[in-house]
Design a protein around this ligand. Sequence first.
Ligand SMILES: Cc1ncc(COP(=O)(O)O)c(C=O)c1O
Length: 395
Amino acid sequence: MTCDFEPPLPRSQISDIEETGIMKVFLHGVGRHDIIPFWAGEGDVPTPDFICQAVSQSLQAGETMYSHSRGIPEVRDALAAYMNRTFDLSLPEQRVSLTTSGMAAIVVAVQMAVGAGDEMLVLGPVWPNIYSTIEVAGGTVRHATLELGADGWQLDLDKLLAQVTAKTTAIFINSPGNPTGWVMTAEAQRRLLAFARQRGIWIIADEVYHNLVFDRKVAPSFLQIADPEDRLLVVNSFSKSWLMTGWRLGWLTHPASLADTVTKLIQVLTSCAPVFLQRGAIAALNHGDHVIADLRDRSRRGRDLVFDRLEAWPRVRGARPKGAFYAFFEVDGMTDSLATCHDIIDKCQVGLAPGMAFGPNGEGYLRLCFASQPETLQRGMDALELYLGGGTNQL
Ligand SMILES: Cc1ncc(COP(=O)(O)O)c(C=O)c1O
């Protein structure tokens, strides 16, 4: 007997959402053990043992129940203390909320700032998940773009501000930037904040790479110039700084007056983060500065190793980034970055992310994460050189 079922469809805003280009490439190569994975935002070093130990102890002690939606008091205190010593601030714990990933912090922030009919201005090229998050919330994305000049990626702030319309309720800025490594100056932050105040617009600042900068200790944060009750939501993550990508922990810094709202939004998202993971987070925050320092050193060496090779390849153009851990480079003659990434997986066994994933001006580029150890990077670059290193078009 055959049945003529219409396949069930979600509402149109959801069915219209496209898989990101990063996932498309990942799905092409997933399950193959011969791939050198430079496609995702992580290296090849696992979470340090002292962080894992804190989790084991918590599990042994039976900390397996529900907990506070914004995190147990100890993790909120540790978060506030970390933020205060890193940025020279004096935030109370009411301003920080633990979330189950930086991604979840973005979802909570967008839900607070954008609804049906609203527009959100997003500065790209940027990590693509923000685009779908806005669409799921019923909002519309407006695109602003950085430009690649002789001195690296640059922001024309006047052009960005000219993109704001009467419907714009929020501006999304990711600095240090994924994939470009662009770092926003404190001066540009000041101008943008003054504009946002005047227009009553939210700033959602994604600062998950704040301590991955190569020419100073920490990138300028909007929190250093903002008032406590500004419409400012700052997204952070445990993933990058402490090598905890699989843990799914992050945090949001927000006005204290929004703590109850954030509680409600986390309630309907995940209820809370597991307490045993929160113990690992506390260990990372309180005792993990050396992990950050090692990651920064490894990333700086990784950047130089990768760019020393890329700069010798005639068809490749890119700027050494000032922050984060990605090479985002243009390939002369490449018109389909997704097809190229598939081909590179098949022919070189290296996983890269396609530029088309990162917004309207990303096509023509490829992204490579250089957070891995030098041997892994060296092997990957040797394999890539056969494909991208020549003077002629091998695509
Ligand atoms: C710019 C940016 N924001 C947020 C995230 C989310 O981090 P996570 O969800 O792993 O905490 C990432 C991850 O790659 C990122 O690159």
